[in-house]
Design a protein around this ligand. Structure first.
Ligand code: ATP
Ligand code: MG
Length: 425
């Protein structure tokens, strides 16, 4: 699936970039043709001006003198070898004098530049076609039209230059297309990576969640089945079975609630759900509730809260859930007689909540994974304490949703410190 998507991405990228590249090469070629023709036309115009300026017309005697005209005049040296022909037509478009190939007797085309084809029989079998650039220029003397000059030069140099450019484009365009295809393939891979990661994460999450739900469901089924098929009238036994079913469903509903919580609060909290939360009073409230809880009875709990209130923007219920999860862990993973401390203080622009215990600690190898969903350091031990490995993942998600951060420090058999930092209001 991912390979196919990557191929599609690379294909579309190559196609789009390739089309742009080919269009771009076309524009470059077209511009080069225009430039080459412009340069040649300027040269042709200059030559025709040099030729035309030597023509003399005697208005009184109505006589045209072309003797001193380069190429056309008989006693003037040729202007340049590249001129294929030069022709002089009178004002009635009749040919007067010419140099080069024999022209038609009458001028048929309009003044201006033109590209024309001529066939020269170099060998008897294959007559070669030559392209010429021709200029027909009306010549004036004292605002009086004295005739038309027509000269032509071969387009060979333009054709050669354009052939060179075509060769360059023909080599570079496919090579660039190849580079684009490779880049598309690479970029496709880069674009697919986060999708692949989140897909794998989702798959792992679904697998873990269904695995966690399967064992309690099996336990409920076996207890219910026993109650249904058992012939015994032992009420105490039946009560125990129902009690088990009740416990399991309770723990299942905790799991389902936790999964819902994780699914609901992805990304940052929407601005409208943020409220001013006084962390000092929130933590004081949690501390009060916790001291009376059964889980904390075997421990020395201490709370260090500031005298002034510390305000953050957030969801009070979610923040409460995060702190309770940390305190629950500290109590669960600290043996009887241990110490658990909850602290709240301000650190530059952040409010810091710290939960420290001197319990069993977490090894260096496990520490980077404890925020992963369903991650439990010691599976057997946590089964006993009834955890699913979701508590810290929930805390992390809540903290991230508030634009804060969470860190953990721990030394095995010495204890752990979890610190949440939240931006101050
Ligand atoms: P749940 O919170 O879903 O009931 P849990 O407590 O096992 O289950 P987390 O709170 O996510 O899951 O904690 C993940 C693991 O990190 C725990 O299984 C435990 O091994 C370890 N851990 C967390 N807090 C502490 C702590 N204070 N001391 C020692 N180990 C801890
Ligand atoms: Mg926990």
């Amino acid at each position: 699936m991912f390979h196919q998507s990557r191929c599609n991405l690379a294909q579309w990228f190559t196609l789009t970039m390739g089309t742009i590249l080919v269009l771009f090469a076309g524009v470059i070629y077209y511009q080069a043709v225009l430039d080459e023709l412009k340069n040649l036309d300027e040269l042709l115009y200059k030559k025709s001006r040099v030729i035309a300026v030597n023509a003399r017309y005697d208005a009184r005697q109505q006589q045209l003198d072309l003797e001193n005209v380069p190429l056309i005049g008989s006693n003037v040296l040729p202007l340049g070898s590249e001129v294929v022909y030069a022709r002089w037509y009178d004002t009635k478009s009749q040919i007067v004098q010419f140099f080069g190939t024999t022209p038609k007797a009458k001028l048929t085309n309009n003044p201006g530049f033109e590209t024309i084809e001529t066939s020269q029989t170099k060998s008897k079998i294959t007559p070669s076609i030559t392209l010429l650039r021709q200029l027909t220029l009306p010549v004036y003397q004292d605002n009086l039209l004295i005739g038309y000059l027509q000269i032509a030069v071969p387009l060979t140099s333009v054709q050669n230059n354009l052939a060179e450019l075509r060769l360059v484009l023909l080599l570079t365009v496919p090579a660039t297309l190849g580079v684009i295809a490779l880049a598309g393939w690479f970029l496709g891979g880069v674009a697919m990576q986060p999708i692949r990661d989140s897909y794998n994460q989702l798959q792992r999450f679904t697998a873990d969640a269904s695995h966690e739900l399967r064992s309690p469901l099996a336990a409920i089924t076996s207890n219910a089945q026993y109650g249904l098929i058992s012939q015994s009238n032992d009420l105490e036994m039946q009560r125990q079975r129902f009690g088990k079913i009740f416990d399991i469903t309770k723990s299942m509903s905790v799991l389902v609630n936790n999964l819902l919580l994780l699914a609901r609060h992805q990304g940052k909290l929407p601005a409208e759900s943020l409220q001013k939360v006084d962390l000092r009073s929130l933590l004081a409230q949690i501390a009060d509730e916790f001291t009376t809880q059964e889980t904390a009875q075997h421990l020395n709990l201490s709370y260090t809260l500031p005298t002034d209130s510390i305000n953050v923007l957030g969801d009070a219920d979610l923040l409460r859930q995060a702190v309770i999860n940390l305190l629950n862990n500290a109590c669960k993973y600290t043996p009887s007689g241990g110490q658990v401390q909850l602290r709240l203080f301000v650190q530059s622009y952040w409010a810091a909540i710290e939960v420290t215990d001197n319990g069993i600690g977490i090894s260096e190898a496990d520490l980077p994974h404890i925020f992963d969903r369903f991650y439990r350091v010691d599976k057997k031990r946590v089964r006993k304490t009834g955890g699913y490995g979701l508590g810290l993942a929930i805390v992390q998600q809540i903290v991230f949703a508030h634009g804060g951060n969470i860190s953990a420090k721990s030394i095995i058999d010495k204890g752990s410190t979890f610190q949440i930092v939240l931006p101050l209001k």
